[in-house]
Design a protein around this ligand. Sequence first.
Ligand code: KG4
Ligand code: ZN
Length: 358
Amino acid sequence: MKSDKVYILGIESSCDDTSCAILQNEVLLSNITANQKIHEQYGGVIPELASRDHQKNIVPTVHAALEKAGVNLSQISAIAFTRGPGLMGSLLVGTSFAKSLSMGLGIPLIEVNHMQAHILAHFIQLGVGSSELVDKKLNTQSTNYELRTPNFPFLCLTVSGGHTQIVKVKDHLTFELLGETQDDAVGEAFDKAAKILGLPYPGGPLIDKYAQTGNPNKFSFSKSKVPNLDYSFSGIKTSFLYFIQNAIKENQKFIEENLNDICASYQNHLVKTLLHNLVEASKIHNINQISIAGGVSANSELRKQLKETGEKLKWDVFIPPFEFCTDNAAMIAITGYYKFLKKDFCDLSAVPQARYTL
Ligand code: KG4
Ligand code: ZN
């Protein structure tokens, strides 16, 4: 180690965002993300186009992150990268880049599981320079750049475009999967419904936006029946499709006349479904430290209902700042930091894993 300060350079490229972050111990110095707009016109991420854009974006993104952090490559202690789960072509770009950089600099390489990283986003601390990265008005937990972090063990509802899981987190690197979706992820349920409504990809944030002024109790949708703490969203999605098709038969302008109410009702249904199992998990495991993570944790109704449920059930609730909900390299770097402390390094034979269990 070059000093007692550890500098981790994190790289995320699992889907359609190319991101690079620099961390000094747990403090974030920079977090730069290049989004790919090209997928909007196709209604979903096209893997081949995603990997091509990662190739274009990765070098400028890494340069920008180093510059913003005011850190030289010679100061970096280790390179952390997303090994999976994700799209193979996208993961390959980040993995190959991380391997080359660690070899060129002669420093350790750390592989990171993307889903673990979403959870550990709760431990990122903000440096004075990184304060502008966070929307302070919405991040009610932030005071003096010290974000509140959950105590172990805590539960995390991890909700993204590819996953829906309830995880018991025992320490920074020990996770137990308590329940997960048996088919579609909740992010897919948002995005596919948005597509049916004619909205561009990714539709989750747009459903959230239109729902703001809609009636959440106007329409109802089928409930999924799965045992234990697992979820299922494919039936809900299909019931949404039939509901819209039938309504359009009666009234061609049904969507445009009811968009806000449709979005609010569907969103409310998804959020209630998510929270039902989280409440069960909290009772069964007698844990009241409850957190959310992943792209869908940016959803305003989920954040609102989680806080309300938490107040009722006397939970201590942890909601990450928006910037750390969707895919970002800061979460990869913080996971890399905890692995660095344990000297949990990998060698150049590490290959990406499209499927990578928690
Ligand atoms: O974690 P993430 O950025 O990427 C994956 O690892 O999948 O999650 C992306 C997902 C997409 O399905 C997107 O529609 C959803 O998160 N999402 C939202 C919101 N913001 C992002 N869904 C509902 N409401 C939002 N505000
Ligand atoms: Zn993700």
